[in-house]
Design a protein around this ligand. Structure first.
Ligand SMILES: [Zn+2]
Length: 376
């Protein structure tokens, strides 16, 4: 695989301004000899489900793993369609395009809306050349700090497979084929609120960040009682959030509920009704209260994480190790640390908890555990 001159699709990304701290530290250039071994569960078949008239959701099988994000297609018989978020990699994006073709009946996708800048919601942008890409102004400013597909690939190759992080990264990210993708920025941005039209259907975009990231938005289809929540809402997995406090994320959930939708498309997990979003918001509130309580008692973040994992009120949800990231992020807020987080450091800590749990009780789908590292 030659990554010296990766093919570029769509508009190239802007140069990262001097002083911008990337969320990841790129690893060495990927070469033939450092190609990762694909040690990961196979992707089951994604599907495109109708959830309301003119509204379909692409749901890759996403429980208990990272990156399998939902995308929502809004169509009209007499206007170009709108796609809310694009998949993580090329094969998933092409599957979505294949599944969407009979629904589009020859119509084009005229607009992409990116809920935020994480790659699992935007790396597929470049496979829709010429499409308008709408997101928040804060999202455009933040996209420079996101890893490019090439940086993520290099990071994966640079982690040692005999470390918890290497084991974790391969299981959760090794399945994605980012070949030929590049970061493609929004072509139209807004702050606050923006209304789009898809034929006679109204699509209201609301900025709700900082929450999951600094630039989050949600989309309300008032004539269909549908809200696409992006990664403000995770269903059936413990969430991961990078920017806002738990209080801010809880507030963003309340904004979803305040629109009184019947149907909510989360960023990850099955499409649900408002009761499941209320349950999720209650979880965030309980998590926040516990972390603040233990921080007030001068517990270390490691002691607090151990407590959260021991008390896990949702043992059927996947990725409980993400509570370590929640604790670390909330402690940073409480301690007044405003430096940009290093994603790799946060994920490495979560990977350590997941690896320890896996060694104790091997995961049925993840195969044999990696050996414990003897040195770093
Ligand atoms: Zn996501």
């Amino acid at each position: 695989m030659n990554t010296d001159n990766p093919p570029t699709l769509g508009r190239p990304p802007r140069k990262r301004p001097p002083g911008t701290v990337p969320y990841v530290t790129p690893g060495p250039r990927l070469t033939e000899t450092t190609m990762i071994t694909m040690e990961h569960p196979p992707i089951e078949v994604p599907a495109l489900h109708r959830i309301a008239d003119d509204v379909h959701v692409f749901t890759p099988p996403g429980h208990d793993t990272w990156g399998m994000a939902n995308c929502t297609l809004v169509t009209s018989p007499d206007a170009p369609a709108l796609l809310f978020d694009t998949p993580y990699d090329g094969p998933l994006t092409r599957q979505l395009q294949h599944l969407a073709a009979p629904i589009l009946k020859g119509a084009a996708i005229g607009t992409i809306v990116n809920s935020h800048a994480n790659g699992d919601h935007s790396y597929g942008n470049g496979l829709f050349p010429g499409t308008d890409i709408v997101s928040t102004e804060a999202n455009l400013a933040h996209i420079c700090a996101e890893p490019t597909p090439q940086e993520l690939t290099q990071l994966l190759a640079s982690t040692r497979s005999d470390t918890p992080l290497g084991w974790y990264m391969r299981h959760h990210f090794g399945r994605y084929d980012l070949t030929g993708l590049s970061t493609v920025e929004p072509t139209r941005t807004f702050t606050g609120q923006l209304t789009l039209q898809v034929g006679s259907l109204q699509a209201d975009l609301y900025e709700v960040g900082p929450a999951h990231t600094v630039g989050d938005l949600i989309m309300h289809l008032p004539q269909r009682d549908v809200v696409c929540a992006g990664d403000i809402v995770f269903i059936n997995d413990h969430p991961v959030h990078w920017a806002g406090t738990l209080e801010e994320i809880h507030h963003a959930c309340q904004r979803v509920l305040a629109l009184q939708p019947n149907t909510i498309v989360p960023g990850h997990g099955p499409v649900v009704g408002p009761d499941r979003v209320r349950e999720y918001a209650d979880y965030l509130e309980a998590l926040r209260e516990r972390i603040h309580h233990l921080h007030g008692l001068q517990w270390s973040v490691e002691e607090t994480t151990a407590d959260l994992l021991r008390r896990d009120a949702h043992p059927t949800w996947g990725l409980s190790e993400r509570m370590a990231i929640a604790a670390m992020r909330e402690y940073r807020h409480l301690d007044g640390d405003t430096q940009a987080p290093n994603l790799v450091e946060l994920v490495a800590v979560a990977a350590g908890y997941a690896h320890a749990r896996h060694v104790a009780v091997p995961h049925p789908r993840l195969g044999a555990p990696a050996p414990r590292p003897t040195s770093r």
